[in-house]
Design a protein around this ligand. Structure first.
Ligand code: GLN
Length: 503
């Protein structure tokens, strides 16, 4: 029979409903695939075999009782380790929370499970989601499944890699400045950062509260759309005050023709130094695929984009400093033993609990919010934020979506980018969307000549038009599939068929 890595979310749910295989068989095949592949990928911080088999058994019992199955029935899903799930630890890949047992379940996780999904574990990430390569995890690195000497991107690197290696069908990540879209592009999978407020963050450890958003990874646009349906089902979550009702079906319009839609491109961005020729070629390929389907390409401008990195690296660390104050060894987190005073205990708990990047961000935030400094940096950053938001509003007067790179290059080798500011600079194309609060999606468009690494484009859209965005993403996927060796749903070659056989 089939290997688990060849099946889409829809095929798994349909196969279970039809009795072709059981949810338990799918869970076992998934655990087997993880068992065999994890050595090479290291995407997980924790595999929750018991939870997976328990959830799968419930799904099978529902079917046996003739009850209706959810749209994600039996679909294996992994969660970034900043999402609470009872029965697992939630470490944020930090020593600070190494032994922290979840005391409740995040809404996003709960909704996936309510839709029938089988939770299989928690994935590696940059510590507290600070980073673009998953190298700042306190525990281990995660390898890019397409070339294990390269980074998977970050901060949701484990979630992207697990899907790319065929260890799970779907995963969730969080995106504060690109942490879903960039690892999706590095790993050759689809990753959606929904509009701010579209998905509840209740139960997700906060980084930058005005920027954070949860979203799905999958090997196809359709799988991501199915996950979105699950994430918005149930409407507004009153436990997250930014959560909004989003009564749309993300799957229904996916196959509608994209003819007549307008996609904006930003000519000035194509001239950006550091944008690799291959990434530019990938954009050209996506553009041709869209034009073939009757999409009109229009030129737009985001004149304040050049200030986005500066604004983000003021707002993000400031909010992170405030959010991470709770990890003091008393309220939460690692507590240094044997201290004589509370001050010493706080200082040493934080000194030993946090890694270098987490410290850097918090020190930066502490400085930026200090009296006298605030007016110089934080306040202007908020003004830039307004300008960028306005730029997007203007641009969306003349287009339905904007197409741009996800990252300037494909995935780099471990250790290749070690200067933090160089890493921050690579976030150029993703962070403006978080600043404006809009949705964005990364779609694979082929592989880089020579290295074979995945190439992707990013599509951004107006607020709460994430379903339209997925429709354009599907058009790119459809167009590319016809023109290139790239096949949507592809698992990284080295991992295809390794374990995971459905008995
Ligand atoms: N790379 C960005 C940062 O380090 C984005 C991180 C994220 O989205 N969580 O801040």
């Amino acid at each position: 029979m089939a290997n688990i890595d060849q099946l889409s979310a829809r095929q798994i749910a349909a196969g279970i409903a039809a009795g072709d295989f059981s949810a338990t068989e799918v869970a076992r095949a998934t655990l087997d695939a993880i068992d065999v592949r994890e050595d090479g990928v290291q995407a997980f911080l924790q595999v929750s075999a018991d939870l997976a088999l328990e959830a799968a058994a419930k799904t099978d019992a529902r079917r046996a009782a003739g009850e209706e199955l959810g749209p994600l029935a039996g679909v294996p899903v992994a969660f970034k380790d900043n999402m609470h799930l009872i029965g697992t630890r939630t470490t944020c890949a930090s020593r600070m929370l190494e032994n922290y047992e979840s005391t409740f379940t995040a809404t996003c996780v709960q909704r996936m499970i309510c839709a029938g999904a089988t939770p299989v574990g928690k994935t590696n990430m940059d510590e507290f989601a600070f980073g673009s390569s998953t190298e700042s995890s306190a525990f281990h690195r995660t390898n890019n499944p397409w070339d294990t000497s390269r980074v998977p991107g970050g901060s949701s690197g484990g979630s992207a890699a697990a899907v790319a290696a065929g260890e799970v069908t779907l995963s969730l990540g969080s995106d504060t400045g690109g942490s879903i879209r960039q690892p999706a592009s590095f790993c050759g999978v689809v990753g959606l950062k929904p509009t701010y407020g579209a998905v509840s963050r209740y139960g997700v450890v906060a980084f930058g509260s005005s920027l954070d958003q949860v979203g799905p990874f999958g090997r196809s646009v359709e799988d991501v759309a199915l996950a979105m349906n699950a994430l918005v089902a149930g409407g507004r979550d009153t436990l997250d005050s930014t959560s909004q009702e989003l009564p749309v079906d993300f799957v229904a319009q996916l196959e509608d023709s994209a003819e007549g839609m307008r996609v904006g491109i930003i000519p000035a961005l194509m001239e950006h130094e550091g944008l690799s020729a291959e990434v530019r070629a990938g954009l050209g390929r996506a553009r041709a695929a869209l034009e073939d389907q009757g999409v009109q390409i229009v030129e737009v401008d985001l004149p304040n984009m050049a200030s986005a990195i500066a604004a983000y690296y003021v707002i993000g660390p400031s909010e992170a400093f405030s959010n991470l104050a709770r990890f003091d060894g008393v309220r939460f987190g690692y507590q240094e033993p044997g201290c004589a005073t509370l001050a010493e205990q706080t200082a040493l708990s934080r000194a030993h609990g946090f890694g270098a990047e987490a410290k850097r961000r918090q020190m930066l935030g502490a400085y930026l919010l200090a009296a006298g400094v605030y007016d110089k940096y934080y306040y202007p950053a908020q003004q830039v934020r307004t300008l960028i938001t306005q730029d997007y509003r203007n641009a969306y007067q003349s287009c339905d979506a904007i197409m741009l790179p996800c990252a300037p290059t494909t995935a780099w080798r471990f250790g290749e980018v070690s200067d933090p500011t160089q890493m921050y600079a690579s976030d150029l194309f993703t962070i403006s969307n978080n600043i404006a609060g809009n949705g964005g999606v990364s779609v694979p468009v082929g592989r880089e000549e020579g290295t074979g690494m995945p190439l992707a484009v990013q599509l951004q859209g107006p607020a709460f038009a994430d379903h339209t965005l997925l429709r354009v993403a599907r058009a790119v996927e459809r167009g590319i599939a016809g023109t290139d060796a790239f096949v949507p749903g592809t698992v990284a070659p080295a991992f295809v068929g390794k374990g995971g056989e459905l008995a």
